[in-house]
Every structure is written in C-alpha cells, then in structure tokens.
Design a protein around this ligand. Sequence first.
Ligand code: PLP
Length: 443
Amino acid sequence: MGMFVGTQRINSLGHLEIGGCDTVELAEMFGTPLFVIDEKLVRENCRKYRRAFEEYYRGEARVAYAAKAFISTAMCKLTQQEGLWMDVSSEGELFTAMAANFPSNRIYMHGNYKTDEELRYSLNVDVHCIVVDSIDELYSLNSIAKSLGKKARILLRITPGVEAHTHEYIRTGQVDTKFGIQLAGAQAFEATKLALSMDCLELLGFHCHIGSQVFEIEPYRITIELMVEFMAQVKEELGFVTRELNLGGGLGIRYTDTDDPPSIEEFIKAISEATMEECAKHSLQLPILIVEPGRSIIGEAGTTLYRIGVIKEIQGVRTYVSVDGGMSDNPRPALYGARYRAIVANKADREPDFLCTIVGRHCEADVLIKDIKIAKPEKGDILAVLCTGAYHYAMASNYNRFTRPAVVLVNDGKADLIIAREKREDLIRNDIIPERLLNEDKQ
Ligand code: PLP
C-alpha cells in the first residue's frame, strides 16, 4: 500500500494535494497549523460501513459515529447526510449535535459518570437512548426520569471480560476498567433484573466496547459469543428479549506502514456473521446490531499542516526539525507514544532521504515524530503529518496558551473552514482579574 489515502496525491507542482486542493496553498490561505479533512474519504468510510451491513447482516443495523473522535457542527451534518447515527459522551458533544440539528432520536448518550444535569438534558432533548454505565446510574436516571414524567430508553453497558488494543487482547473474567457493569459474577444479570424492575426505565438491550485501534477480529468474535450467551440467559431467566446489541467502536487504522488493520468490510462481515451464528445457536431473534466507529471514519481523512521553523543539527546525534504546533494540537505521541507518517508537502515528489526528529514548540520535549525520513527540510517548508483526523483536534488544548488551529473541509477543489482558528483574544475570554488585584495597580 502506498503512502496516500483518499484523495491525497502529488500534483503537477510536486505538492501534496488533498480533495483537489494544493496543501501549500491551503497553508497560505488558512495559516498553520491547519487540520485538513478529506470530505470524500469521510463519506466513503461512512458508506463502507453501511454497505457492508446491508450486504452481510440479515437484521437491522446502525452505524453510530463516535463523536469523541472529532466533532463539529459541520461533521454532524456530514454524518447525518450519510445516514449515520451518533454516539456522544458529554453534554458538550450533545449540545454540538443539537446545534447542528442532528436528529436527537438518532443519538446514543454515553459516559461513565453522567452528571444529573447531563441526564436531564439527554431526556429533555429526547435522545434515542442513554447507555447506562453503572448500577448507581440506574437509580439516578430512574429518579430523574420520574421527576420529568418521562420513561428513559436505555442500554446497559456491559464489560464482557475481553480487552483489545492493537495486536493484543486479553480475556479475563474481571476487567480492570472504570467503564461498564461486569459480566462476571452475575453483576450484569443483577443490573438487568434491576433495570427491568424500574418503572421509568425501558431497557432496549446491551452495549459493550472492547478497545480502540484494534487490529484483530478474534476479540470481537469472543465478545459476541459472550454477549449473545448473556442475551440467551436473560431471555431464559427473565423473559427479556434483547432488541439492540451495540458492539461499540475500535476498528484500527493505518498510522504507519507496519499497521495492518482489517478493512471496514472485513470487520462488519465478521461481526455480522458471528452475531447471526450465535443467535441461531441460541434460537434468538436477531437484535438491531450497532457499531460506534470513530477513528475508522475520520482518522485517515485528517492531515495536519505545519510550517517548519528552526532546524537544529547536533553532529553525530540527530537533527531536530521544529514545526509551529505540537502537543497542543497533537498530544498522542506524549500520551501513547503514537507514531506517524509525514511528508514535506511542497517537496512531495522528492526522495524522503533526510533522517530527522520532528518536534513541536511547546515547553516540553514535545517530540511529534522520532526518527523519520523526509525530503531535506528548510525553514518555511510545509510539513504534512498524515492520519490526524481522530483524537487530535478533539484532544487539542491551549497549553502554553497556544490558540487551537483551524479545520478546513476539502472536496473537489473547494476548501471550507469548518472550525475557525482561535484568536489570541479567545485565550483571555474567560480570564478575570479580581477587583482587589486591580486596586493594587493604583497604589
Ligand atoms: N464507543 C465507545 C463507548 C468508546 O469508548 C469509543 C472510544 O473510546 C468509541 C465508541 C470509538 O472508538 P474508535 O474511535 O476506536 O472507533
């Protein structure tokens, strides 16, 4: 597989082009750092999920975009137009979806600790369903629903005892996580009984999420086996028929050449077949099958453009190439040791034969990419870091009082700003100097 995805290509000027737009021109027009989103690729990924379900799952299926990966009002519009549902996990994400007029009856509300205010807000806007994460939440949601004179539709988030990340997964009875209700030790069964006994809750089914950036299908198969077995148990013992089974997100993407995730189609085929097989084995009707992909919808569609500044060569050690962003727009290298591919956008046709380390300009080591080969860089060049659509802007901060970058959506030669660059004034918008400190000035 080559370096590029979606509409990325090298144009006649030898520049990286995305969505028919020259990235060097984008950097001039919108400034740097800049997030560039390939609209065609986002839409194509949404369609791949939906098409695969149509082809391989015999029951009803839903694709709920996991907003935590990247959300803005324009992204809500895009996913809505593609017929997706949405998974939100905070009041702020829900507010953004509402502001974009995303239909509330296509929203799943998540969170291991939803405040009472968030639960009230979710019920008031009438989300499709609240994914209840704990026994505690069952009680508070039931009483909030009662006070509002409503019935809350819920899924129970179950921790099935399978945990998967990239190439590894573990299967244990107990999973050490703050999320969900353990399948082990009959906790999930007791929670189901409790939910069914509460008069202001309507249980629709179950949810689970086994990890993120997952490269293997096997842990999903095991999870489906466990979840469907549980569905059979609650049907048998409590007479409860599961209407919805939500398997969460997690499908991995290709950040570097060594990453080799299954395709969206392979993933959906495998989980559809496993669900149908397991349901047949237990003589259960097929549930509405739901997935919540975030990274695999938006990750590869995003590219960050930086302007290269200081280049520092330490003879016999390494060359540091500084860019005008860093951990405030991409905390993932610091958080997870994440690796990336990158290219000098204005020298995209040149041999990447210069070994260097890309660093940001924050007051930390702020290493973005250690030991990467790119075309020989010079001050003023544009560096494109690929695969930065998911959990980048969403995790951006104002560390060192950096302003958060702009985000542009590109397609067929058009570039539209979908999130404006923060201004210096935005940084002090919420700052307050107490009167008594002002008084000191006068002395
Ligand atoms: N659903 C839930 C409950 C999650 O916690 C996450 C991510 O952590 C997702 C969906 C999206 O995962 P991904 O972006 O890996 O597809």
